[in-house]
Design a protein around this ligand. Structure first.
Ligand code: C5J
Length: 222
C-alpha cells in the first residue's frame, strides 16, 4: 500500500492510505448555515463557514486517491427514543431537540437542517453515520464498519473541535486507532476552546492524537 508520512504535531504521523479513513464530523446545515439551529443559539456561524473551502479541498483530494470517507451527523430518531431527556432538557433551552426549528425539527434525522452542507455532501460508496451522542462510536455501527475494512488510522475534520470532534478522537484512541486532526478543517464557536483542544490532543506525546495543517496531508498524498 501507499505509506504516508505527514509532518504533524507533536511528531510525524505515519499511515497507509488503504488503512486510513477520512472522518468528517457533523458538517450539517444546522451547525453551519445562517438561519440554522447553531445561529439561533446565538453562535457566530461565520467562524465555521470559514473552514468549508479547506475541508472541501481535502475531501476532493482524498476521494481522488480512492480513500475511504466517513461522514457523521448528530441526528436523533424522529420518535426521540435515542435522545436522553437529560440532553433534551439541559439548561431549559427555548428550542429543544425535536422541536420545529428554522430548517425542520432540531437534530432529527431526515430534516433539512440535519443534512450535511452541499459543499461536502456524501457520494455513493461513502459511509454516513447518524449518531445520537457527541462521539461517533457511541451507539453507532462505526467500529464494525472500520474493522470490516481493516482501517487502523483516522484523519478527522469537522465541527465542533472541542465537542464532537474531540469526543470522537478520544473514543477512537481508546479503541486503538491513531488519529490526526486537520487544524484548518475544524472549528469551534469559541476560538479559545479550539486552541485548547488542539493542544490537549497532541500534549504528552500525542496522548489523544496528532494535529497538522491540511497542506501537510495534501503534500503527503502527492
Ligand atoms: C457538535 C455540538 N457537532 N457542539 N455538536 O460538536 O453540539
Amino acid at each position: 500500500g501507499t505509506n504516508m508520512q505527514i509532518h504533524a504535531n507533536p511528531f510525524v504521523f505515519e499511515c497507509e492510505l488503504a488503512r486510513t479513513a477520512l472522518v468528517i464530523i457533523d458538517m450539517q446545515r444546522d451547525f453551519i448555515e445562517p438561519g440554522g439551529f447553531g445561529e439561533t443559539l446565538g453562535n457566530d456561524v461565520s467562524l465555521l463557514q470559514a473552514i468549508v473551502p479547506a475541508t472541501q479541498r481535502m475531501l476532493h483530494a482524498w476521494r481522488e486517491k480512492g480513500g475511504l470517507v466517513v461522514h457523521t451527523r448528530e441526528a436523533h430518531r424522529p420518535d426521540l427514543a435515542d435522545c436522553p431527556p437529560s440532553k433534551r432538557n439541559r439548561g431549559n433551552p427555548s428550542l429543544r431537540i425535536g422541536d420545529p426549528g428554522p430548517m425542520g425539527r432540531i437534530l432529527v434525522a431526515g430534516e433539512s437542517g440535519n443534512q450535511i452542507i452541499d459543499a461536502l455532501a456524501p457520494i455513493d460508496g461513502e459511509i454516513v453515520i447518524d449518531k445520537p451522542g457527541k462521539g461517533a462510536f457511541y451507539a453507532t455501527g462505526l467500529q464494525s464498519l472500520l474493522q470490516q475494512r481493516a482501517i487502523r488510522s483516522l484523519v478527522f475534520m469537522g465541527v465542533t473541535t472541542e465537542v464532537c470532534v474531540q469526543t470522537s478522537m478520544r473514543e477512537a484512541n481508546d479503541r486503538g486507532y491513531d488519529s490526526l486532526l486537520l487544524e484548518d478543517c475544524t472549528e469551534s464557536y469559541f476560538p479559545a476552546f479550539k486552541a485548547a483542544a488542539l493542544e490537549m490532543i497532541r500534549a504528552q506525546g500525542a496522548i489523544v492524537g496528532w494535529t497538522a495543517p491540511s497542506r501537510k496531508l495534501l503534500a503527503a498524498l502527492g
